[in-house]
Design a protein around this ligand. Structure first.
Ligand SMILES: *Cc1c(COP(=O)(O)O)cnc(C)c1O
Length: 407
């Protein structure tokens, strides 16, 4: 195992997390129960939504979202290809087919509203957006397109707990759902609360973590009802209800799943949620420092100089100059103890999806970013000195490799 001087990401768990989990263990109730209910209540309140359902992970959160919105065989769902494969896989679980739309530009790596609209046909049932790196998609335009074509919108907000979207459209914003739920000034809403359903992941490398875990949120009563049953075998009552003597039996009203979370994870989630805003703020500060330091560095350029709202800064993406070989560059940083990553190898280029789609699906911008993107280390307890160390290594790359090639 490599001893990284600067790992790509790192979790920070303390006494509070240890005590929260220990207290669950002492309570003798481990499966979904009161702590989970509290976690859901707090998360819904934080996001400004009516309902939140904690689940086993972010992937099943997405599956439940598409399922409850009625996606099935023959349907097409438009989503980005510049994302983690789970975005597309979750669509496939329902029998529906993902249709990949390109990103907006090399500056805005989020799904392009124009390309979404260009890819709509009579079989399109919905859209799944991903707030890449925690930067909000152009939700105003996407919601407008969805409304005009009668499509549902799922937000894959795995990168974006705490991120906020702001719309410039002040005059006629009443048609947008996010206005209802938000405590923020008009036209501000937490990402994940804008579409029909929002999905979150609490995997270890996300902005808040429970190890494995996820959340499905919605403002719509009928969707909430379906999500609740589908999460737990399609049953009308839960073990916890029966334990409390609230019911003796149950019916099964749908072919559901066991996508529940447990109380230990929910306890972790409650503590992590409390720390989320502060940790996102620390990420923001580090990104600002990176930006200042990388300003005149020709090796990399930085996307997202502008966006609508507030980012949760899940990752720090950069685009490598075309003159530099990415593998060599990553290897060089690795030798300096710096871990980097690629977000993402485009989903439509994976063997499975190439075979499935059998089309010459061309997404030029996505493919370019797939080849040139490199993600630098970013995690809340990373200090500015570590940022400086990474930037110095990047600055030295060109001269060092020139010297190496002479030797
Ligand atoms: C992490 C992630 C997921 C999946 O979440 P899991 O909790 O790992 O199942 C889905 N979409 C995106 C964009 C992600 O980053």
């Amino acid at each position: 195992m490599i001893e990284w001087k600067v790992p790509l990401a790192d979790v920070e768990l303390g006494q509070e997390e240890i005590e929260a989990v220990t207290s669950v263990l002492r309570s003798n109730w481990l499966s979904m129960g009161p702590v989970t209910a509290e976690f859901e209540r707090r998360f819904a309140e934080y996001l400004g939504v009516k309902y939140a359902f904690a689940v086993a992970n972010g992937t099943v959160a997405l599956h439940l979202a598409h399922l409850s919105l009625g996606a099935c065989l023959g349907d097409k769902i438009i989503c980005p290809s510049l994302t983690f494969v789970a975005t597309a896989n979750a669509i496939r679980y329902t029998g529906a087919t993902p249709v990949f739309a390109d990103i907006t530009s090399l500056e805005d790596l989020n799904i392009s509203p124009e390309d979404i609209e260009a890819k709509i046909d009579e079989n399109t049932k919905g859209i799944c957006v991903v707030h890449y790196g925690g930067y909000p998609c152009d939700m105003e335009r996407i919601m407008e397109i969805a409304k005009r074509h009668n499509l549902y919108v799922v937000e894959d907000a795995a990168h974006a707990p705490g991120a906020e979207y702001s719309s410039q459209m002040a005059a006629d914003s009443s048609q947008f759902r996010y206005e209802i739920s938000s405590n923020n000034p008009t036209n501000w809403a937490k990402v994940g609360s804008i579409g029909d359903i929002g999905c979150f992941s609490f995997f270890s490398n996300k902005n808040m973590t429970t190890g494995e875990g996820g959340m499905v949120v919605t403002n719509r009563d009928e969707l909430a009802e379906r999500i609740k049953f589908l999460r737990s075998h399609g049953m009308t009552s839960l073990t916890w209800d029966r334990h409390r003597g609230h019911s003796f039996s149950y019916d099964v009203i749908d072919m559901g799943f066991n996508y529940r979370i447990d109380e230990m994870r929910a306890a972790l989630g409650l503590v992590q949620l409390k720390k989320l805003d502060k940790n996102n703020e620390r990420r923001r500060g580090l990104c600002k420092h990176y930006k200042e330091k990388l300003n005149d560095v020709k090796e990399v350029s930085l996307p997202f100089s502008k966006f609508k709202g507030i980012s949760s800064h899940h990752i720090f993406p950069t685009l490598l100059s075309v003159k530099i070989d990415r593998k060599n560059f990553m290897q060089y940083l690795r030798e300096k103890g710096i871990q980097t990553s690629i977000h993402y190898p485009p989903v439509h280029l994976f063997s499975y999806y190439k075979k499935l789609l059998r089309s010459n699906n061309k997404l030029p911008l996505t493919e370019y970013v797939g080849k040139r993107e490199i993600t630098l280390p970013l995690f809340p307890p990373m200090d500015q000195r570590k940022v400086d160390y990474v930037v110095d290594a990047i600055k030295r790359y060109s001269s060092d490799t020139r010297i190496r090639s002479i030797l």
